[in-house]
Design a binder for this molecule. Structure first.
Ligand SMILES: NC(=O)C1=CN([C@@H]2O[C@H](COP(=O)(O)OP(=O)(O)OC[C@H]3O[C@@H](n4cnc5c(N)ncnc54)[C@H](OP(=O)(O)O)[C@@H]3O)[C@@H](O)[C@H]2O)C=CC1
Ligand SMILES: CC1=C(/C=C/C(C)=C/C=C/C(C)=C/C=O)C(C)(C)CCC1
Length: 333
């Protein structure tokens, strides 16, 4: 009996040590920018959707440290203002450069209301005058929610992850072109592999599978990126998509996990998932690195180009999705 107890304790201890070792010496991505690049984004304006949480928040913090004027496009202004205040304090406490447009150090944080589940909100966001836009990061996302519709009657995951960003990008293209060289970064996911574009039921009214619909929206992100890259050839505006890895964020908020096993899931996510700062490295890389200047229409993971499945490179599906999306969001000329 005593031997069995000792063996069980040793196994538990060994497991915990192994998890901790994985967490601290595991294959996480190195932080791209350390001390030396502080002025890299100085004078540049970056818009990040969903910047109040997870990857968007970490991306905002890093680009702010690099000197950018960061616009946080968020649906809940109060929560976003709180996060912005917290970010400013974190940077000051870390002995970072001074914040503010005239400081010459870190950049400036601006919160603007943007609900991607409302075409009206996207339009009114884009009507607010901005003199320039150097980087647009389509980051906001919703994952495996129960069946819901956006204000305009679109299935929520397709509506927010694809259509809201489709309209936003199209309405900002003029500004991005006049600010060129400029960049668009699209946060997709490896889960695109399990999606299909079912043109007969894009709103999933006949059949709703929450995993499939998330994957479809992420496949749409990549098809959109490739079609847009083709349309932007010769404009000096680039667009690339990425997979951030599996990251410990609030994305799993709609996944129901029984209370008793939640600690186990927390432990597993702590041990195996990337931190938001690690997960944000590819977004930061595509937004700021001179290495990807002029690169467009590609898909990245861990700051390296990755191959896509043929279904994500199908030009006729990408073209058709573009046309259908134009009609859905009402920008057909
Ligand atoms: N975490 C991961 O493992 C992975 C994430 N991704 C992608 O990364 C991106 C960022 O997600 P992550 O940081 O993980 O998740 P979070 O849930 O932490 O952040 C998502 C952000 O999107 C915002 N958002 C959701 N719906 C809307 C809306 N209608 N209008 C405006 N903003 C909205 C959220 O706002 P609010 O807080 O108000 O809800 C939040 O700011 C997503 O596109 C996701 O698909 C891809 C692969 C893996
Ligand atoms: C942190 C955390 C969770 C987060 C899950 C996430 C963030 C899932 C991400 C999914 C992926 C890989 C999406 C790809 O596009 C759980 C399991 C809900 C509960 C325990 C704590």
């Amino acid at each position: 009996m005593a031997v069995a107890t000792v063996a069980a304790l040793l196994a538990a201890l060994g497991g915990a040590l192994w998890l901790a070792a994985r967490r601290f010496v595991g294959p996480s991505v190195q932080r791209l920018h350390r001390g030396g690049d502080s002025g890299l984004m100085h004078g540049k304006t970056v818009l990040i959707t969903g910047a109040n949480s997870g990857l968007g928040r970490a991306t905002a913090a890093e680009l702010l440290r690099l000197g950018a004027r960061v616009i946080m496009g968020c649906r809940d202004r109060t929560r976003a203002e709180e996060e912005a205040g917290q970010l400013r304090r974190e940077i000051c406490q870390a002995g970072g450069p001074e914040l503010g447009p005239d400081s010459g150090g870190a950049g400036e944080l601006v919160v603007k209301e943007l609900d991607l589940a409302s075409l009206r909100s996207v339009r009114s966001f884009c009507q607010e005058e901005e003199p320039r836009l150097d980087v647009l990061i389509n980051n906001a996302g919703i994952f495996q929610c129960p069946y819901m519709k956006t204000e305009d009657g679109f299935e929520m995951q397709f509506g927010v992850n694809h259509l809201g960003h489709f309209l936003l990008t199209n309405l900002l293209l003029g500004l991005l072109k006049s600010s060129a060289p400029s960049r668009i970064v699209v946060v997709s996911s490896k889960l695109y592999k399990y999606g299909d574009i079912n043109f007969e039921d894009l709103n999933s009214e006949q059949n709703y599978n929450k995993s499939f619909c998330y994957s479809r929206s992420k496949l749409a992100n990549i098809l959109f990126t490739r079609e847009l890259a083709r349309r932007l050839e010769g404009t000096n505006v680039t667009v690339n998509a990425l997979h951030p890895g599996v990251v410990r964020t609030n994305l799993g908020r709609h996944i129901h996990i029984p209370l008793l096993v939640k600690p186990l899931f927390n432990l597993v996510s702590w041990a195996f998932f990337k931190t938001p700062l690690e997960g944000a490295q590819t977004s930061i890389y595509l937004a700021s690195s001179p290495e990807v200047e002029g690169v467009s229409g590609k898909y990245f993971g861990d700051c390296k180009e990755e191959e896509l499945l043929p279904k994500a490179m199908d030009e006729s599906v990408a073209g058709k999705l573009w046309d259908v999306s134009e009609v859905m969001v009402g920008i057909l000329k």
